[in-house]
Design a protein around this ligand. Structure first.
Ligand code: GLN
Length: 503
């Protein structure tokens, strides 16, 4: 079939189909996320209608699980695309499940809450990693526009988030919680429609693996079946896995078994990776796979610090910041909107800076950008240290510290996050493209979990120590990656060396 290669503003039209699909998907995701915790803790007499009336601790726990699972399910979502459906159909399936999921939350019944959340986790797992891989598929190997394409896509993500967080509160205040959840469902329906009607512009990407590809493929199932040969072994494996999740992630598990148990769970992921590594045919594929895995460590560090936004920094904003602006008390959630707003303002600027550097032949590899981004984001916490100092002296601290911190966080995110997506699509072995994207998102989810743990630790160590620790660790880790850049880049075997204009 002849691919439709029409272009708009210097990028394939398919990019805009994926842009608007993802914009609506993120509208529904972030809109619903903005309601989730406050809905769980809202009492029967809440002004927007009765919530679930949970304690804050219960709500935080479920929230942590939810955010982590949403991204960890990207791994099976990626496998489903690589092995069975192809990315395009898996995204369609995900969008459909998401409409159902958000729609279910619109129903005011106890069962609907958990069923809705479960469907959303499955839906995001099918959609998020695969739509990102498809963006990469729009560009040929070595096309210099790829990184910029991801930056544009990233604007769509944040446009959705900004729209949702500005509108959904108003809807809930007028018509109640379930109208808010329903709005997320309607938004997702728009996303599904954009995707359905845009199919002709993406006909050449994300297709099913061909029969030959499947034949020569060493599938994960095959690798698994080589290790697990009897139902007994499968049962042992399942019990071990369940136990690892229990000791690594649940509150009682962590209290009784310590964080070392997290290690058990991670070993499973590492084991899986080693099996895939062994199954790769050439040294080039192996090296690239390895450098990608190493870069995921940076991803965990990045999101472990960045995700303080929804936890520790949010609580700090609420409790210790003087939020009066010209006689108006700025609502806490608005500070989270700063991130999305700054992204929309700065995405093109940051992408251009790197593109210019690249044209001048200065260091602009993805790893360098990711490390620089981690350092810039980490330095944002210096402003939080100033804030804590001011709070200790005066009993409250100014809003400017938060604005500056989020500004640095956003510039760091723009150096790192869209670039990482692009990097994954450049380096992943084709037959595991979606799985690797799934793993990338799982790493961000793990970072989120780390952020939660750091938040808990702040209760005993205090915010000053946590913020200082984050600055030191992120900057040191970023510098370490920069120091190791040469050998790391050697492992990419020139995946980024010959990027050229390909209009
Ligand atoms: N804010 C970005 C998004 O929603 C990144 C999320 C992530 O990678 N964990 O796509």
């Amino acid at each position: 079939k002849q691919p439709h290669q029409k272009e708009l503003f210097g990028h394939p039209v398919g990019l805009y189909v994926l842009f608007f699909t993802e914009m609506w998907e993120r509208f529904s995701y972030y809109g619903m996320r903005a309601l989730l915790v406050i809905y769980m803790i809202a009492q029967a007499n809440h002004k927007d209608g009765p919530g679930l009336g949970w304690t804050e601790l219960e709500a935080y726990q479920l929230y942590g699980w939810y955010v982590m699972l949403v991204y960890v399910v990207s791994i099976p979502g990626g496998i489903l695309a690589d092995k069975v459906l192809g990315q395009k159909k898996t995204v369609m399936l995900g969008a459909f499940i998401l409409v159902l999921g958000h729609g279910t939350l619109a129903i005011d019944a106890p069962w609907a809450f958990f069923v809705g959340l479960g469907l959303i986790i499955l839906g995001v797992g099918c959609l998020k990693p695969n739509i990102s891989t498809m963006v990469g598929g729009l560009y040929k190997k070595g096309d210099i526009r790829r990184d910029k394409g991801f930056s544009i896509f990233y604007i769509g993500i944040n446009l959705g988030s900004l729209l949702a967080t500005s509108i959904i509160g108003i809807v809930v205040a007028k018509w109640g919680w379930h109208a808010g959840f329903g709005l997320a469902g309607i938004a997702m329906l728009f996303g599904l429609l954009v995707y359905i009607f845009g199919q002709k512009f993406i006909s050449h990407v994300g297709n099913k693996p061909t029969v030959e590809e499947k034949k020569e493929d060493v599938s994960i199932m095959k690798i698994f079946s080589n290790i697990i040969k009897s139902p007994m072994q499968l049962a042992i494996f399942a019990v071990l896995l369940a136990f690892s999740i229990y000791v690594g992630f649940t509150k009682e598990g962590v209290d009784h078994w310590g964080y070392g148990a997290l290690f058990i769970f991670l070993s499973f992921v590492v084991g899986l990776m080693m099996m895939i590594f062994k199954s790769l045919e050439t040294q080039i594929l192996k090296d690239r796979f390895l450098v990608l895995l190493l870069s995921f460590l940076l991803v965990i560090v990045f999101w472990g610090a960045f995700e303080q936004a929804g936890g520790l920094m949010s609580v700090y904003t609420e409790q210790k910041t003087d939020r009066m602006l010209f006689g108006w008390l700025v609502p806490t959630p608005m500070f989270q909107g700063l991130n999305a707003g700054f992204i929309i303002l700065l995405a093109v600027w940051v992408a251009n800076i790197w593109a210019k550097r690249k044209l001048k032949n200065k260091e602009a590899s993805s790893l360098f950008k990711m490390a620089t981004g981690t350092i810039i984001m980490g330095l944002g916490f210096v402003f939080m240290i100033f804030a804590v100092r001011e709070y200790e002296a005066n009993g409250s601290s100014g809003m400017q510290w938060l604005v500056l911190a989020y500004l640095f966080h956003t510039i760091g995110e723009l150096c790192s996050s869209p670039v990482s997506l692009s990097f994954v699509t450049k380096l992943a072995p084709v037959k595991y493209a979606s799985l690797m994207m799934g793993l990338y998102f799982a790493a961000t989810g793990l970072g989120g979990k780390v952020a939660g743990i750091l938040g808990e630790k702040s209760e005993s160590f205090g915010e000053y120590a946590i913020f200082t620790g984050i600055v030191i660790f992120t900057v040191a880790f970023g510098l370490l990656v920069i120091a190791l850049l040469k050998p790391l880049k050697r492992l990419t075997h020139g995946a980024e060396d010959n990027e050229v204009e390909m209009n």
